[in-house]
Design a protein around this ligand. Structure first.
Ligand code: PMP
Length: 436
């Protein structure tokens, strides 16, 4: 079916995705675990939108809260003033994160949260008279959004190469995935943690006094559900502590229940100095991101010497609709047992995933919490083609999956039941069995 070309020309050109232009898949409504497409087909949401709908679609409390707020306070500046929902949400987020953080800064997306966190890290060191600490360290295969900061610390060569020059003074730790391929792992693999010691090598190379922060996705999401080895994040934490380097966890995907714990830091028992979030914070209903930082970071700004300018903020920071959605989302998490349901479904989900072992082209399966990666053998000379074919067939068969390269990522809303898991993996098995 043809669609107005202006629509696809408007937002697709950066992806060069001609297939979408030829046969657009248009979603027109959503409820609970399902989308409906323009032809009236029901599509089981195996990806929670773009990892961002933990509570399921059209969640009534969230819909109602946003509707009420739009009629009450459509916009409020957050420079020199504020509004109660922004403060209520900040307080509740402090509670929800166990008071490990002392400050939350609102953005409108994950990319903005990442750039904000990187700027805060640099400014923190400057405020403390350690302005030489400007180097940033990311990781191969890390995805941190599309701002220049996030792109620079991100470790996906293809995303970076058309947009240089990027930030100077950035290094990337090697990714443990290179060690772990084909491990068919459940949860954390129990080998490979020593790769964290690469951080010590970078400290030796550059001197600790030049390094501001390490940023890492606890589980790399967009690049294919790459789970860290047991002890890896703890070792990074220890090295950062030893050298006064800030540790930032990018929890845009892992936050708000994806690992069946509130945050990945809870799962792994490692506390970062800063945490970036977005997506699930509002159940995907209104765009929002947030940077959490430990109190000592915020205090450094308060105590900063005169003459250090620390301006940063967005027109839509703390938008009333986003705050209303965020408050309602937290209420749903608390009152409807979203994390508890994720915990209850985790083993069943994992068993269903690992039942795909032995199917054609499946070379690895990985799972943690309610997220799964299925790595397919690439077609020689056509990277990504096999998984993309799976995506198209899956959609035609009524399940939404996400593909990245030749990896299928599954991350359904956390309110799913066993019937949804059976439907998702049953249909996916059929797709894989029939794939060229
Ligand atoms: N960080 C991570 C870990 C992400 O997965 C994403 C988005 N997938 C981002 C940052 C960027 O978020 P956004 O697309 O909201 O800018």
């Amino acid at each position: 079916e043809s669609r107005p070309s202006s629509m696809s020309a408007f937002w697709m050109p950066f992806t060069n995705n001609r297939d979408f232009k030829a046969s657009p898949r248009l979603l027109v409504s959503a409820e609970g675990m399902y989308y409906k497409d323009v032809d009236g087909n029901r599509i089981l949401d195996g990806t929670a939108g773009l990892w961002c709908v933990p509570c399921g679609h059209a969640q009534p409390r969230i819909t109602q809260a946003v509707s009420e707020m739009v009629g009450q306070l459509d916009f409020a500046p957050t420079f020199q003033m504020g509004h109660p929902a922004a403060f209520d949400l900040a307080e509740q987020l402090m509670d929800y994160t166990g008071h490990k953080f002392g400050h939350v800064f609102y953005t409108n997306s994950g990319s903005e949260a990442v750039d904000t966190a990187l700027k805060m890290a640099l400014a923190y060191h400057k405020a403390r008279g350690e302005g030489g600490r400007t180097r940033l360290i990311g990781r191969e295969r890390g995805y941190h959004g599309v701002g220049f900061g996030g792109l620079s610390v991100g470790g996906i060569g293809n995303n970076r190469k058309s947009f240089g020059p990027l930030l100077p003074g950035v290094d990337h730790l090697p990714h443990t995935h290179n060690l772990l391929k084909n491990a068919f792992s459940r949860g954390e693999p129990d080998f490979g943690a020593e790769l964290a010691d690469e951080l010590e090598r970078l400290v030796t190379l550059h001197d600790a006094s030049t390094i501001a922060a390490v940023i890492i996705e606890p589980v790399s999401g967009s690049t294919g559900v790459l789970v860290p080895p047991k002890g890896y994040l703890k070792r990074l934490r220890e090295i950062c502590d030893k050298h006064g380097i800030l540790l930032i966890f990018d929890e845009v995907i892992t936050g708000f229940g994806r690992l069946a714990t509130p945050f990945a830091s809870d799962y792994f028992g490692v506390e970062p100095d800063m945490m970036t979030t977005a997506k699930g914070i509002t159940n995907g209903v209104v765009p929002m991101g947030a940077v959490f930082s430990r109190r000592f970071i915020h205090d450094a700004f308060m105590d900063a010497p005169a003459g250090i300018e620390l301006f940063h903020g967005y027109t839509y920071s703390g938008h009333p609709l986003a705050c209303a959605a965020g408050l309602a989302t937290l209420q749903v998490f608390r009152e409807e047992g979203v994390i508890e349901n994720a915990q209850a479904m985790q083993a069943y989900f994992e068993d269903a995933l690992h039942s795909l072992r032995g199917l054609p082209h499946v070379i690895d399966l990985r799972s943690i919490g309610l997220v799964a990666g299925i790595e397919l053998e690439p077609i020689p000379g056509k990277p990504g083609a096999r998984a993309y074919a799976a995506f198209k067939q899956a959609f035609a068969d009524g399940i939404l999956i996400r593909v990245t390269g030749d990896i299928i990522a599954l991350s359904p809303p956390l309110v799913l039941d066993k019937g949804h898991i059976d439907e998702l993996f049953g249909k996916l098995a059929t797709v894989l069995n029939n794939l060229d």
